[in-house]
Design a protein around this ligand. Structure first.
Ligand code: ISE
Length: 337
């Protein structure tokens, strides 16, 4: 394999721009070779100051550029399938931001295409697995340090949502992370999802019921609940409390200077996911690059992308009918076991 990944970043929006900066400034063993965006001016702005990088408006052109040997996909999810299939055909390392694709059927097509290729090329951008606290809690669970894990309580609160953030996106765009985190913590598949819609905030845009309460069950009967609240105003908070036979572990509280001044005490609330998970993104992308240079992947697989897409599908159905919906999964191909 080559000594440097020459990455085409597809999509120069919020997440794409963040990854371009990261690859350019902090990641070893990789360079930005091309940036693709339908808005060519945005692609051009993103490559400013990056020697040798080209700005393009077409993903296929980037993939057939001889200078490109890896791809990072950061477009909206509905555009992923086409780019993924083309990148799989080129047999190059792929980092695909979540969701792998927006529905289980198309995610399954990706799993099948990779299975046909015969080796793993796709790492899915579930960055929380690379957060120090998530990793530490995962270790406590795997080592059974506090006995068996019994329940997980997740809070996922965002200050507000961008225009066009639909009711389904509370599940597909936000709770998708919790599905992956629960699978990561337990090492089990999720078997059912139920969504309860309670009293809504007046701060949600039309068409969005916010907050929602998502109830989840895993293969061994671990129960998890998620408060998804995407117009919480006060700031960004993603936290988990895990109940064990011998104790309770909490992660995701705000840290930082605790200030007492002018008769008040307190600290700052994290404003958004870039700040909350900035370090995790760095570790994630470095793990991808290091593994890709060895011809491997360094994190969640296309199977993880597919399994979470199946959970989302059940979640969106549960949003509509209020019932406990079974998650339907194909059997796991040997490539991922
Ligand atoms: C966003 O797309 C993310 O991935 C964030 O991590 C999540 O907190 C937010 O809810 C999503 O919209």
């Amino acid at each position: 394999m080559t000594e440097t990944l020459r990455v085409a970043v597809i999509g120069a929006g919020r997440m794409g721009a963040d990854h371009i900066h990261r690859l350019n400034k902090r990641i070893h063993g990789a360079e930005v070779a091309a940036v693709v965006d339908v808005d060519l001016a945005r692609a051009q702005a993103a490559i400013e100051g990056i020697p040798g990088a080209v700005a393009l408006a077409d993903a296929e052109e980037a993939l057939s550029n001889g200078d490109v040997n890896a791809v990072l996909i950061a477009t909206p999810g509905f555009l992923h399938e086409d780019i993924l299939l083309k990148a799989i055909a080129k047999d190059i390392p792929i980092l695909c931001e979540k969701p792998l694709t927006p529905d289980a059927q198309s995610s399954w097509r990706i799993v099948q295409a990779e299975e046909e290729l015969g080796h793993k090329r796709i790492q899915v951008g579930f960055m929380r697995r690379f957060d120090a606290e998530y990793a530490a809690l995962g270790q406590v669970i795997r080592d059974r340090e506090l006995g068996e894990l019994l329940m997980l309580h997740h809070q996922h609160r965002n200050p507000s949502t961008p225009p066009g953030f639909t009711n389904e996106m509370l599940i597909n765009d936000s709770v998708v992370h919790e599905f992956d985190a629960i699978r990561f913590f337990t090492g089990e598949e999720i078997t059912s999802v139920q969504v309860r819609l309670g009293k809504p905030t007046k701060n949600a845009p039309a068409g969005q019921h916010d907050p929602q309460h998502v109830l989840i069950e895993t293969e061994s009967g671990v129960l998890a609940d998620v408060e998804i609240y995407v117009n919480a105003k006060f700031g960004y908070e993603v936290a988990t409390q895990a109940s064990f036979e011998e104790g309770v572990v909490s992660i995701g509280g705000d840290h930082g200077p605790y200030v007492r001044s002018a008769g008040r005490w307190g600290g700052k609330v994290t404003p958004g996911f870039e700040e909350r998970f900035g370090a995790a993104y760095d570790v994630e992308i470095q793990a991808w690059v290091d593994a890709a240079l060895r011809g491997e992947i360094g994190g969640p697989t296309a199977w993880d992308g597919y399994a979470t897409a199946a959970c989302c599908e059940a979640g969106v159905e549960a949003q509509k009918n209020g019932e406990k919906v079974t998650v339907k999964l194909h059997s796991k191909p040997a490539l991922y076991s």
